[in-house]
Design a protein around this ligand. Structure first.
Ligand code: MEV
Length: 449
């Protein structure tokens, strides 16, 4: 019978491990050893990781790889990627080399504004609130001066504050909507601190205004929070070339490849089932770099999928055109990123990743990550419209299968070599492994009648 626990976070790390192994692993020393095995050997580094979150027991490894040969706006990058999916880095690298020979990726920062809200309820006369807002608006800026000083010195700060009437959507619902420029930081703490000050200013001033007979109860602030939807923090990355320069692989002509590729993109534009998978492939390339550079991939994911639905139906984040003899493929993507603050100077691997990218500005990182997403999408569509995705995917997955079977290094070499010119499937890999070891192949029994 499992027991709940009070005050778990107050226990020492050893005591937490003991409790977990006691409750969920039959007090197995093996489970505790596994957790300890993944501790960093340098106690200081381990302590740093322990303190990133609450209740740290160990570390959770994800491969950190690199995709070289990305030419973006004329500059050559080796892009850091933290991801567990076998084929992602290989696909990014393949696309990078492909477009390196065709002019590389070109990017445009469309906008870099982030948004936050004070969500509140007001039941009184609308015009009175609007006049009041006009009268006190400047105070939102002056009351946040100490919070915004550093950001203003860097060229950012609060860009605008407006009062929004949302009563048509929900009874008595109003917003203060503020726009922010957070320069090279992601800016979540900065934005939320400003919003909480706006809320205090709003409540203080309404209490002091004799026209609001209910005093501070004239409004109820529900919450103050930035929005992770950033349709005004958008970057475009694109590739283009003459159709005759395209190489679709697998013997397909450049013209047929361009046409088929464009159709595949069009299907993702109009069909949400396909758009979801299409965009998932883009996020393979996006998230891996977002994570490696210490950014918040949940925020990026949330923003991208809302953006993909902005016209009322979930759709492709990338687009393709064929005009005359020119093939063009591009992505517009919202990316709210930071290259200072947060984990960027704290996590040694994040520091390394950013240094490898030559310490980019947030704008430059937007360009890099959008290009990584586009490269990933290009690789997926190129495979899907020609050879099919499984050929490359299973080749990369073969090592996972062999590792599951605990194959030795020699066995892996032999089997990888064997599959060089063959299609990999799970059962074919298992069969080959068993044949090599001279052991019977496991019988598969179906659970379905
Ligand atoms: C797999 O992680 C991603 C793909 O399914 C993307 C796509 O279908 O475009 C290959």
């Amino acid at each position: 019978m499992r027991k709940a626990i009070k005050g778990f976070s107050k226990l020492s790390k050893e005591a937490k491990i003991e409790w977990i192994t006691d409750q969920y692993f039959n007090q197995s020393e093996e489970a505790a050893t596994l957790l300890r095995k993944y501790w960093h050997k340098d106690a200081k580094t381990q302590k740093l990781h322990d303190e990133f979150i609450e209740n740290t027991l160990s570390n959770f490894y994800t491969p950190f790889g690199v995709a070289p040969n990305f030419k973006i706006d004329g500059k050559l990058y080796a892009i850091p990627m933290a991801i567990e999916e076998s084929s992602v880095v290989a696909a990014a690298s393949k696309s990078a080399s492909y477009w390196l020979e065709r002019g590389g990726f070109k990017t445009t920062i469309i906008s870099t504004i982030k948004i936050g809200h004070v969500h509140f309820i007001y039941e009184g006369d609308s015009q009175k609130l609007k006049d009041f807002f006009k009268k006190i608006k400047q105070l939102f800026y002056t009351d946040t001066e100490s919070l915004t000083a550093n950001m203003r010195a860097r060229g950012g700060g609060i860009e605008s504050i407006v009062l929004k009437d949302k009563t048509a959507d929900m009874d008595n619902y109003w917003q203060l909507e503020a726009q922010f420029d957070t320069c090279d930081s992601m800016g979540a703490n900065f934005i939320n601190s400003c919003l909480e000050q706006f809320s205090q200013t709003l409540q203080r001033e309404i209490k002091a205004d004799s026209r609001f007979t209910l005093g501070e109860q004239a409004i109820e602030v529900v919450m103050c929070i930035l929005s992770n939807y950033t349709p005004e923090c958008v970057v475009r990355s694109e590739v283009s070339c003459k159709i005759s320069e395209l190489d679709g692989d697998a013997g397909i002509s450049p013209e047929d490849f361009a046409r088929k590729f464009q159709r595949a993109v069009r299907i993702a534009e109009i069909e949400p089932y396909r758009a979801t998978t299409h965009n998932k492939g883009i996020m393979n390339g996006v998230d891996a770099v977002v994570i490696a550079t210490g950014n918040d991939f949940r925020a990026v994911e949330a923003a991208c999928h809302t953006y993909a639905s902005r016209n009322g139906q979930y759709s492709s984040l990338s687009h393709c055109s064929i005009e005359g003899d020119t093939f063009r493929f591009w992505i517009d993507i919202p990316l709210a990123l930071g290259t200072v603050g947060g984990l960027t100077s704290l996590h040694p691997m994040v520091k390394f990743a950013l240094e490898m990218l030559e310490n980019p500005s947030a704008d430059e990182l937007m360009s890099i990550i959008a290009s990584s997403g586009l490269a990933q999408n290009f690789a997926a569509l190129r495979a899907l419209t020609t050879t099919g995705i499984q050929k490359g995917h299973m080749k990369m997955h073969l090592l996972n299968i062999l590792n599951q079977l605990e194959a030795t290094a020699d066995e892996k070499d032999t089997i990888v070599n064997f599959f060089k010119d063959k299609v990999v499937s799970h059962s074919a890999a298992v069969n080959k492994f068993c044949e090599l070891r001279g052991i019977p192949t496991p019988q598969v029994t179906s659970k379905k009648s």
